[in-house]
Design a binder for this molecule. Sequence first.
Ligand code: GDP
Length: 319
Amino acid sequence: MIVVLTGGTGGAKFVDGLRQVVPQEQLTIVVNTGDDLRWWGLSVSPDIDSILYVLSGLLSKERGWGVQTDTFFCLQAMAQYGEPAWFKIGDRDLATHLLRSQLIADRKNLSEATDEIARRLGIAARIFPMSNDRVETRIRTPLGELGFEEYFVKRRFQDDVLSVRFAGAERAQPAPGVIEAILSADAVILAPSNPVTSIGPILAIPQIRHALRETSAEVIAVSPIIGEAAVSGPAANLMSAMGLPVSIAGVAQAYQDFLAVLVVDTSDFAIAKDLEHSRLRVRCTNIMMRTAQEKLNLAREVLSQVACEVTAHSGTERS
Ligand code: GDP
């Protein structure tokens, strides 16, 4: 079993490659819920949705979030009602939030609701929220403290970041199955997700970080940083705010207590050599995922680095 820890867009691109190489039955995805929000009275879990959509082939590859070829009539109507419309929800995407909210109103927890939606989408992989307890990523800026989506989508991550906290993480229990999956995995992969606000909330749950230190599986991470910049989004600013260098050294530092292999871009070859030590191997390859073929190649490369047995697909390219 391959366990992947992930956030949204970068993680979804990586999982898109992985699903071409590993049968879904052998994949367990543990997803950040620190970005979850109430929106128009509904329970929205943006990172879980990205994984649901990528594994069911519904994800919009142009946007990197939401459902492909979706329409936005409800969003327009809500804006006409004077309701907030900065968080973009497509009409088909809305059905997911309605169903999740209905399941939760029927006393299912987030794990059960996610399972049910995954089942109805025909997904064979296991998708676990990191926790069923509320953990909220809060970004402190000169404007005051913002929720993650407020900072990221509404304010377009333009504000200086003073600090980041994960409210509720200390007391949060991992969702059922998460610890068992990590401890019994053949390999644990940290997707090239934002180390602070996508992987950070997962690691902030004490029992999860502990399990990563305890597991006999190798833990391998793909860097979301190339050179001194994030491939996309605010990871660089957020890493600086957390006192991490904005480079692959910062990624290695964020995961230093459990990481066995770090996969970085070929252009980071020089610094990669300096980072290696007795407990950390650093491997260079192309980590940009612009095309289906690049996603597939990266997934294959990552799997080849960890000593684990997966029944690989033939790996024929899908669009
Ligand atoms: P979010 O919740 O949408 O921010 O999702 P993630 O944290 O999963 O994805 C954002 C991260 O993915 C950013 O830090 C990017 O630098 C990284 N990223 C995006 N595209 C790529 C890519 O093609 N290759 C790599 N290595 N990282 C990427």
